[in-house]
Design a binder for this molecule. Sequence first.
Ligand SMILES: O=C(CO)[C@H](O)[C@H](O)COP(=O)(O)O
Ligand SMILES: [Co+2]
Length: 216
Amino acid sequence: MKKASIAPSLLAADFGNLQRDVEMVNASEAEYHHIDVMDGVFVPNISYGMPVVKAIHKHARKPLDVHLMIVNPDRYLEEFSNLGAHILTVHYEACTHLHRTIQAIKALGMKAGVALNPHTNVLLLEDIIQEIDLVLIMSVNPGFGGQSFIENTYDKIKATKALITRKKSSALIEVDGGVTTSNSKKLVEVGADILVAGSFVFKSTDPIKTIKELKG
Ligand SMILES: O=C(CO)[C@H](O)[C@H](O)COP(=O)(O)O
Ligand SMILES: [Co+2]
């Protein structure tokens, strides 16, 4: 079976020891640093903004996978490009002109991702799937780490995979929220390419070993 790429979410890091936690990810088998930006409007929580992303970028040795949970993301695309974002993911629900936003992200040299809330049907991406590099399936309601995984996610990944195949898209499938070793294997079996894990990695006694276990 193929191995998943792992993107530890720094939302669950110790912000008093951010450099240490970024360096742990550098030293691990993870492929990305997952960065959750929340504005307190699109989601009922504020995480961190540009100065913290800049600090992460300074120490990160792996690509930055930036997940924007903000309204009007178009205002900040250039700034996130300058801050070193490799993948920039916007929420379907936050973009009125999603096609334009995707083109703008790619014109800035970044990979373009689209995130779907648990209630958003993946078939809404039918007319844009060939343009995007990544579909981020939220397996919890966005806004907080440490929530329980929503079981419907398996069917949603299967539907996403079917859409990608049918439309001959090269988009990757990322799953975000409540990912642990009790669901990671099945997530990859049904089609996930990248697993995001926050609490399960950073609250574990040996995060490097936990990342290895998540890879399977
Ligand atoms: O986007 C997110 C929350 O909106 C986080 O990436 C996600 O919740 C990861 O945290 P955990 O693994 O603890 O669920
Ligand atoms: Co996220």
